[in-house]
Design a protein around this ligand. Structure first.
Ligand SMILES: [Mg+2]
Length: 241
């Protein structure tokens, strides 16, 4: 019986073909499946049932000045990274310390719907501890015409100490009864803990619903005279995230 002889060159060809099959066939298919899944999740019908306020509520609302909702950016509304392992929503190319840098950006699930809803209830501003060039590029992609987010504040508007960057809400609104912040970092609002709603840091979970879950409390807060009367009850949550 003749002996089967597999030379070293045949083995190399076999592994090369296997590698190419993985690179050119399996990986693109996996990527496309992930992309498809993200699209399905992102565009699934989302509703927040918001019946029109009663006459009493409307008259109460008219007596109150519009409140300001401050939104953090990174890990609250979006997550960005340098490499693109899973399909991203958009990318930006900005200069950081003079070096062109690419960021792949992922929007937290239901972000567009969230911004649309809260901008009907509040004067919405962005306050991030990130650099202006980076955050501006992202905010422009999220809300190109500033239809929802009316103003932007950046790292140079924060104060800094050994714990990190802190956001003083008084630079936006002197009357603290009508301003509050949603931020994943307790350090950011340590100067105004009674004006904060903590939110879990978001990185990649496609099933995250934190933004949706905030809508009922945000809907209700606009009817309060002083947001602190409600939010100071939240203080035990600040250390959980
Ligand atoms: Mg953050």
């Amino acid at each position: 019986m003749p002996r089967t002889h597999i030379s070293k060159s045949h083995t190399r060809i076999y592994y090369l073909l296997l590698y190419l099959y993985n690179l050119l066939i399996l990986r693109p298919i996996h990527y496309l499946l992930l992309l498809h899944k993200r699209h399905i999740l992102q565009f699934q019908p989302v509703t927040y049932h918001c019946p029109p306020p009663s006459k009493l509520c409307l008259s109460q609302l008219r007596k109150l000045p519009i409140k300001t909702l401050v939104l953090d950016l990174d890990e609250t509304l979006i997550h960005s990274q340098h490499n693109c392992i899973i399909p991203y929503d958009f990318s930006i190319n900005v200069k950081i310390d003079g070096i062109p840098t690419q960021f792949y950006v992922y929007k937290r699930p239901h972000l567009d719907f969230f911004l649309k809803m809260v901008s009907e209830w509040y004067y919405v501003v962005l306050f991030t501890a990130s650099l202006e060039t980076y955050a501006n590029a992202i905010a422009t992609q999220i809300d190109p015409t500033q239809k929802y987010i009316k103003k932007r504040y950046f790292r140079h508007n924060c104060s800094v100490d050994f714990t990190g960057y802190t956001k003083d809400l008084k630079i936006i609104q002197k009357d603290l009864s009508r301003i509050f912040i949603i931020d994943n970092s307790p350090t950011a609002y340590k100067g105004n803990p009674d004006n904060a709603i903590p939110i879990k840091s978001w990185y990649a979970d496609n099933n995250d619903q934190c933004l949706l879950e905030l809508l009922p409390i945000l809907d209700a807060l606009r009817f309060t005279k002083d947001v602190r009367s409600v939010l100071k009850r939240n203080i035990h949550l600040h250390s959980l995230w």
